[in-house]
Design a protein around this ligand. Sequence first.
Ligand SMILES: Nc1ncnc2c1ncn2[C@@H]1O[C@H](COP(=O)(O)OP(=O)(O)O)[C@@H](O)[C@H]1O
Ligand SMILES: [Mg+2]
Length: 233
Amino acid sequence: MSHCVFEGVGVKKEYDEGQVQALRGADFRIDEGEFVAVVGPSGCGKSTLLQLLGALDRPDGGTLHYRGASLPELPDLAAYRAREIGFIFQAFHLLPTFTAIENVQIPMFETNRSVAERKQRAAELLEAVGLGQRLHHFPAKLSGGERQRVAIARSLANGSSVLLADEPTGNLDSENARLVMDLIVRLRAERAITLVLVTHDLGIARQASRVIEMKDGRIVSDQLNAPAHPIST
Ligand SMILES: Nc1ncnc2c1ncn2[C@@H]1O[C@H](COP(=O)(O)OP(=O)(O)O)[C@@H](O)[C@H]1O
Ligand SMILES: [Mg+2]
């Protein structure tokens, strides 16, 4: 039996007092360890869906569960965001006045790790994303690809089992986009992370185990991908 991480039934989200219907009743279930790509045209509700999963916003209708508990009704949503979920955004969202190693420690402020533990873990994570030589650099001194790798290290800070990535390669050139995707795919496999990744890039979507296609606030297709490397018989 696979364990259900997210289950949405009739999930709705409106903006501007109902003038914009960003989600018009989405039904989905995402299980432990899946790599789900969410695709669809600009404005179809992909980022809205991810924001609801990450409790950055709350649904206006339907039900949304995380590991069997109603997500909007969790007693401590800040703790949920910090401990359960790692976020990666297109625009990196690093704090400019913090160094790389400080940025990676930010989610750990929600935990009771000691200062020394936080620093050591942040350094290890930056090593893991290939930035062991950039610990004390400020974001402005890093390339786009390096900034996104700092953001990836930050997303792993609390050992969350779920990663939500919104067009993580959208601001990168093709070489850095490939490096960043390879890194996300490798870390996901090593750490058995459930990954929900929004992308415009069908080449990236092909790497996922499953593709959810959205249109106009609705899920219009939800299909398993054939394994990238089928075992030959
Ligand atoms: N904060 C907001 N206020 C008003 N409308 C919004 C807001 N965020 C998104 N929308 C609208 O909701 C719809 C879905 O947006 P979004 O989820 O960002 O789509 P996607 O990520 O697929 O491009 C769009 O029509 C968008 O303009
Ligand atoms: Mg978006």
